[in-house]
Design a protein around this ligand. Structure first.
Ligand SMILES: *Cc1c(COP(=O)(O)O)cnc(C)c1O
Length: 387
């Protein structure tokens, strides 16, 4: 049987895959089983930060693999301790909890926020406000945190204690906080799955004020926009926010499963011994790879992200068939006149792999995509958008 046949017969049909089998890749190029080459504008959904088969990352990972692959959290190991130090020094956060995915990072943030509020204000302060149109993961609790009804319907009852504010209506936040006992507000600096929508400035302002007035923790979900993609190390840094808890995953591991929950001063000690855990959390191989990624997220890399971002905006804004371009850094959404699915197929035929988010096209290229490849991809996308 071919890979496609095996997949269809034996894998739970939760994914609508594109009709290509990837067999190899290098940098921002991927090759399918027929030998056709594609420019990768999706990086495995913001995961392959410096592209496929990234040599520095491979070297870091294989060096650790040659030592040992896993020990459990019963012992000290250097890679996770060193990665935690780097993350804290670069964000000003105080402590790190390691998991394996974005959802798991958010679960930790939710537990920490509830425990903080319970210790400080009482057990009834369990509510967490998230935003309409947000996406926070696929577990029952992070689905509840996700502010989109379509994700909720088939899996009720979800974890109670989530309320949804409308980012287009900052007053909705004031109202929710006044009418409920709230522990925290959780936000994405740019809503990814929700359609690549940056958080409106007036909402950011209100969020800051409301959090200060009511002693609410601010939780930044940086799973997709984090780790250099925004043009800053983390997306919230572009918004002048100072969150109490930061979660990230996707691009930090650079291709191995890794999720982190960074705890700031207020929450650094709320989770104590036995309060939380994860067998694979802080896996030395994943952490060694992440150290290689994080150490290359230098000011020079971030300037490169911003320059590439401008290149994309100027190529696509006002282009024929393009209604709007939104986003931040190298997380970009394109609203088109033609259906996005049609454009994705046209681009694929022409050797460019792009993603969608809701009704939009979504671009998440490698932070180091060569300009020549980026320009080639942009001209294909422009042609595909033109009516
Ligand atoms: C992808 C994503 C998640 C979930 O991450 P997983 O690793 O798939 O569990 C959570 N939040 C945001 C903003 C995401 O983009």
């Amino acid at each position: 049987m071919t890979t496609k046949e095996l997949d269809r017969q034996y894998i739970a049909p939760t994914y609508a895959r594109f009709p290509i089998e990837i067999v190899s890749g290098k940098g921002s190029l991927m090759t399918d089983d027929a030998g056709k080459e594609y420019i990768d504008m999706g990086t495995g959904i913001a995961v392959n930060t410096f592209g496929l088969a990234d040599e520095a990352w491979i070297a870091a990972v294989t060096e650790q693999l040659d030592q040992f692959q896993h020990t459990s959290n019963l012992y000290y190991t250097a890679p996770c301790a060193q990665l935690a130090q780097m993350l804290c020094e670069r964000t000003g956060m105080k402590k790190v909890f390691f998991g394996n995915s974005g959802a798991e990072a958010n679960e930790c943030a939710i537990k920490a926020a509830r425990k903080y509020a319970q210790d400080k204000k009482g057990a009834e302060y369990y509510n967490i406000i998230t935003l309409k149109n947000s996406f926070h993961g696929r577990t029952i609790t992070t689905l509840a945190a996700t502010g989109q009804d379509v994700f909720h319907q088939k899996f009720t009852p979800l974890t109670p204690g989530f309320l949804y504010a409308d980012p287009a209506d900052p007053e909705s936040l004031d109202k929710l906080v006044e009418e409920n006992n709230v522990a925290a507000i959780m936000f994405e600096a740019v809503q990814g799955e929700g359609g690549v929508l940056p958080l409106p400035e007036d909402f950011v302002k209100t969020m800051k004020r409301v959090a200060a007035e009511h002693d609410l923790l601010l939780i930044a979900d940086e799973v997709q926009i984090g780790n250099g993609r925004s043009g800053a190390l983390y997306g919230y840094m572009n918004l002048g926010l100072d969150p109490d808890i930061v979660t990230t995953a996707k691009g930090l591991g650079g291709g191995l499963p890794l999720g982190v929950c960074l705890l700031g001063e207020k929450a650094e000690n709320v989770l104590g011994s036995g309060d939380h855990g994860s067998t694979f959390g802080g896996n030395p191989v994943a952490c060694a790879g992440a150290i290689s990624i994080l150490s290359r997220l230098t000011e020079e890399t971030l300037a490169g992200v911003r320059a590439r971002s401008e290149r994309i905006f100027s190529a696509l804004e006002g282009a024929p068939g393009v209604k709007s371009v939104t986003g931040m850094g190298l997380m970009i959404g394109i609203e088109t006149e033609k259906p996005a699915g049609e454009i994705v197929a046209t681009c694929r035929e022409a050797g460019v792999l792009v993603l969608t988010a809701k009704q939009k096209l979504r671009l998440l290229p490698a932070l180091n995509i060569p300009e020549e490849l980026l320009d080639r991809a942009l001209s294909v996308i422009r042609a595909a958008c033109a009516v």
